[in-house]
Design a binder for this molecule. Structure first.
Ligand code: MN
Length: 383
């Protein structure tokens, strides 16, 4: 099969992004709360001031951010497709690219972890999740899977927000990737995800069927770790390790073992690290057995392979993971509308990667694994 024969390889996507209206807090929160929410003021070519609940934080923007690469700033929107903000316009982009259903991460809330008032964080998360369900996901509820915002200063608040997200009709919650505990940006006031403090959240997610989604680079630590030669490649590559740390914490802590119905999605981090990590965790669990706690009821590799799903964009090694590594929870992700993604060449990429594969593997990557996480989505039109 070739690209030229025009067959549309319909896919779902485990990774896409959306930018909320700039005045959203004013629309959905009472004025006294809205004015306390984080907002960014650009004060120079490479500098911004973050306003968070009456405090100001001045910071130098990493070079990639001033160029609007990676979607971590609101700058340079003109270079993005209109579907970045307008979900109706997005649907026609998706139809054209051959993407049917997708997980949609929002952009506001990147700095919510800087809000120290728990009540404000919880109120904002609930208000935003109601808006996401009613105004965004409702545009195509069988295609758009909006990831809920979560307040994470307190596990009890997180549980409340998760139950509320389920109640309003969301299917997945976005969790920040774990930073590196000895780095300067690490927030020690929040328990790490291997802490038993989070047990009620894992129980709530399992109970409700909400998927726990970690988008790589979702922590402050590694966005701009390196400067100098190779910096762009070093920083982008390093950001993917954050998703691997999330998976390791969830497996090693026993969270996934105690909650076999809980599923994790690691978006944009590729798939081929899963067999590698499975090997390393097996070795640690066996060879360091006398130090290992908690003991797990299943081998770490099995927990990782069955409960952790991953999305990739371009990499041929995802096929090595599924064919050679026996790791089957591999999802394609377009990363729309980011420049690391496949917007503009999604079909070309899918044909290049999948034309030589069995129909079973091709279907698994494009739709099968996604449907295990989100069985409520509809099927794309027949190709
Ligand atoms: Mn992405």
């Amino acid at each position: 099969m070739t690209i030229g024969d025009g067959q549309m390889l319909w896919t779902h996507s485990g990774d896409s992004h959306f930018i909320e209206p700039p005045d959203l807090w004013g629309q959905i929160l009472p004025p006294d709360l809205a004015q306390r929410m984080p907002w960014s003021e650009r004060v120079g070519e490479n500098e911004e001031v973050l306003h968070v609940d009456g405090k100001e934080y001045r910071r130098t923007l990493p070079r990639f951010a001033t160029k609007a690469v990676g979607g971590m700033t609101l700058g340079d929107l003109s270079s993005r497709p209109p579907g970045t903000r307008d979900l109706k316009a997005r649907l026609s982009d998706l139809d054209h690219e051959g993407v049917w259903a997708e997980v949609v991460y929002s952009s506001l809330g990147l700095w919510d972890s800087m809000i120290s008032d728990r009540r404000l964080a919880l109120a904002a998360a609930k208000a935003e999740n109601e808006w996401k369900a009613a105004e965004a996901q409702a545009i195509a509820p069988d295609r758009l899977v909006l990831a809920a915002t979560m307040p994470l200063r307190d596990p009890g608040d997180a549980v409340q927000a998760a139950l509320h997200a389920k109640e309003v009709g969301l299917h997945v919650v976005a969790l920040p990737t774990p930073g590196i505990p000895n780095s300067t940006t690490y927030d020690h006031s929040v328990p790490a995800f291997n802490s038993d403090a989070w047990e009620p959240l894992w129980a709530a997610l399992e109970e409700t069927g909400l998927v726990a989604a970690f988008h790589v680079g979702g922590d402050a630590g590694e966005i701009a770790m390196y400067r100098g030669p190779g910096g762009a490649v070093l920083n982008y590559t390093s950001s993917t390790y954050s998703g691997q740390r999330a998976a390791m914490l969830m497996v090693a802590s026993g969270a996934l073992d105690r909650h076999p119905g809980l599923r994790v999605l690691v978006s944009e981090g590729g798939a081929s690290w899963v067999p590698f990590l499975g090997d390393r965790m097996e070795e640690a669990y066996r060879q360091h057995g006398m130090f290992v706690r908690p003991r797990l009821s299943r081998p770490p590799r099995e927990i990782l392979y069955t409960q952790v799903y991953t999305s990739f964009q371009h990499e041929p090694s995802a096929l090595v993971a599924i064919n050679g590594g026996g790791y089957r929870n591999v999802l394609f992700g377009s990363d729309y509308p980011h420049i690391e993604g496949t917007f503009g060449h999604t079909q070309e990429t899918l044909h290049e990667l999948l034309d030589g594969q069995t129909p079973e593997v091709s279907y698994r990557i494009r739709q099968g694994a996604f449907k295990e996480l989100f069985p409520h989505v509809s099927d794309p039109p027949a190709a």
